[in-house]
Design a protein around this ligand. Sequence first.
Ligand code: ATP
Length: 347
Amino acid sequence: MSASGSADLLIEGVGKRFGDVVALDHVSLQVAQGELLTILGPSGSGKTTLLKVVAGFETPDGGRVTVGGTEITALPPAKRDIGMVFQNYALFPHLSVAANVAFPLEMRNVAKPEIERRVAEALAMVELKGYEARLPRQLSGGQQQRVALARAIVFNPRLLLLDEPFGALDRKLRETMQLEVRRLQRRLGLTTIFITHDQEEALVLSDRIAVMNRGTIQQIATTTEIYERPANDFVADFVGESNIFHGTMSAPGTVTLDGGRALQVRSDRPAGAKVGVLMRPERFAPSGANAFGGEVIESVYLGTSFKLRLACDGGLELLVRQPARGTLPAAGTRVTVGIDPESIHVF
Ligand code: ATP
């Protein structure tokens, strides 16, 4: 899905400082109608601050936020028509499930029969029919988060903002909820920003990912683009497992790494260009145009794969993943692996 030309949410040059801390440094991005954009970044990178600016809980020092062509930068939160879900559910503990979900509709003075209809519909969507009378404390964490989701979508919001909503759930439940949110978001065509520091979650859920670090956006691209063609060291390292090296293009299609080793690559960067080289661990095979001999210094069995750390001849250290077949190579074993030029990303 392309954001250009059909931006539903437009963030332009937004900055925010807290004293000496630059939480957001001229951040610009667009989210298309019906798109789910994930903001992925480490703790403290500015993700929540950006979401708060969109929701109206923080006033930016500069820049603009526009939704559907209307600027909302100065609008109070209650006037923004935005549904939100946070990590710590934030349900009203003394209100029933139905009353929690009805709350945004009551705030909007929706008529009672209409409230009942829409609460029932929202609870059906999150598969909580029959739970209307329960109190939040009588629900599991996953169920509470479903109620929070129902409350966020019940008033047909203009935007949905999700800030690490599954952070407190165990892995299995988190995976189920990720798929449910994705299904619901697609079905309702909701323009959505999802925040996480979990790269797997970002890859599973998103149309596009914006990778943030230190208040700046490092790259905005589709999930495959982010994984296969990261723009810089930070993105390559933060998303997925990686072997990152630096070197110089010594001839067309050849990089000489800083340690002296030559690699055949697919790149039209000119000779003399300083480049970064990314080799994903799973891209290595028993043989390939670039061969590496080395000794296993660490090996881990991961069910479907073996993860090996190799000390290669010439001084390179490589992380390699192989399908788990036969016995796990023990430390000290000599192995050879290879990688083809098209499996190496040059940036
Ligand atoms: P996390 O994943 O840990 O929630 P984040 O990426 O959401 O992190 P933010 O919460 O946006 O990061 O914080 C960005 C930076 O701004 C951090 O250095 C943080 O300490 C700082 N910051 C955020 N809110 C405030 C505040 N109200 N006062 C002072 N500093 C703040």
